[in-house]
Design a protein around this ligand. Structure first.
Ligand SMILES: Cc1ncc(COP(=O)(O)O)c(C=O)c1O
Length: 381
């Protein structure tokens, strides 16, 4: 196996992959309607449930061909029963996207807004639920992003999931940037539905996304109003249950890569993998501190997977220039997603370890020097 040039991706996914995952895509051509191909997806669907400790009799996973946003779209539009309202915790760019999706479909929802750089006060959710009940609004589900990847903020899924259940709603959480990294347990964390994409936590390729959720609710959603032909959870689930296949053409080679990525996930193990991501984040934080850089969020409310680093108040600071310098040397850093504030992101996803981060900081320091930016970095506050 010839080694592929190794780039260290510090963007929030797609992430650095192993060569074995890359090469897993090179397979003889196959028609995905052959039984052999369905035979690949069946154990994969179970594995995706087991990653979040679900019992495959109670939970299932439904695969889709698309980027992560497809799962936001699908869960929101497929799981709202007639006469019910959705409730969305909006405190970052991905929950804002969820609101846009609901607006796009013209579906009724209540927003619980909270600052993007502060820990969520869970009592806001309970107040909103009480108010909804007093107003005669029935809440079908609460939707919340687990890890708001734009800032690195971690949301309290367990508490909000418990509130959803207390008030008779079910709980959907976007775990796209935490699944298969931060250990998640659907029972302990009160999750009815979560979701992810192959290019993030499992360290596979782009183009495959999945919803993991409760079979009984999916079965029930057969009778919920439908809003999309292609992006409907029950339709895809029913097709899988009947045939073992995706309704429409699957991303064949990406699925082969995902099979290998899952094999490597189990070999590494949930605990060791999370420890590695933590090691990587600690190495990132060490470099941030050594160069005098500052983050937008306090560390105790972060996921431990994304650092949103503030641009220094330095006229010589030039993100593009520093990015290009690092990129040319095999390290990808990524712009931030915080409106009105200059930030860039350093992420601990992917098949990387602390020595990669040590190498990165050497290059980054040279990039700052090359741009003429002050070290340690300067900030007005
Ligand atoms: C929390 C979260 N949700 C959803 C997505 C899906 O985005 P995309 O459609 O670009 O894969 C991402 C991607 O970064 C994410 O971090």
């Amino acid at each position: 196996m010839q080694e592929v040039k190794r780039n260290i991706l510090l963007n929030p996914g797609p992430s650095t992959t192993t060569d074995t995952v890359k090469y897993a895509q090179i397979v003889p051509d196959i028609c995905p309607r052959e039984k052999e191909f369905a035979g690949i997806m069946a154990p994969m669907r179970d594995d995706l449930v087991k990653i979040v400790h679900g019992d495959t009799k109670e939970y299932t996973s439904v695969l889709f061909c698309g980027s992560g946003t497809i799962c936001i779209d699908i869960t929101l539009n497929s799981l709202l029963d007639k006469g019910k309202k959705a409730m969305v915790v909006k405190n970052g760019s991905y929950s804002s996207r969820a609101c846009e999706v609901l607006e796009y479909y013209g579906l009724p929802f209540i927003k619980v807004e909270s600052p993007v750089d502060e820990a969520l006060d869970v009592s806001l959710v309970e107040e909103a639920l009480k108010k909804a009940a007093a107003d005669g609004d029935e809440i079908g589900y609460i939707y919340m992003t687990h890890h708001e990847t734009g800032t690195g903020l971690l949301n309290p899924i367990r508490e909000v999931g418990a509130l959803a259940h207390k008030y008779g709603a079910f709980f959907i959480t976007d775990t796209t940037s935490s699944y298969a990294m931060i250990p998640i347990n659907v029972y302990d964390d009160n999750i009815d539905f979560c979701m992810a994409s192959a290019q993030k936590g499992i360290m596979g390729m782009t183009g495959l996304s999945y919803v993991v959720g409760r079979r009984d609710i999916i079965e029930k959603s057969k009778d919920f109003p439908t809003h999309s032909y292609y992006c409907n959870l029950y339709r895809q689930y029913a097709y899988f249950e009947e045939t073992g296949e995706m309704n429409f053409t699957p991303p064949v080679q990406t699925i082969y890569a995902a099979r290998q990525a899952l094999k490597e996930y189990w070999e590494e193990g949930e605990t060791a993998k999370w420890e590695r991501h933590t090691r990587v984040m600690n190495a990132l934080r060490k470099g941030i501190d050594e160069l005098g850089l500052k983050e937008a969020l306090p560390r105790d409310i972060q996921s431990g997977l994304v650092a949103a680093v503030r641009y220094p108040d330095d006229e010589k600071w030039d993100f593009e220039k520093i990015h290009d310098y690092c990129y040319e040397r095999g390290f990808t850093i990524y712009p931030g997603k915080m409106q009105g504030r200059g930030t860039f992101r350093l992420c601990a996803l992917g098949a990387i370890d602390e020595e990669d981060i040590r190498a990165f900081w050497k290059v980054f320091e040279d990039a700052m020097k090359d741009a003429g930016a002050a070290i340690p970095a300067v900030y007005k506050d």
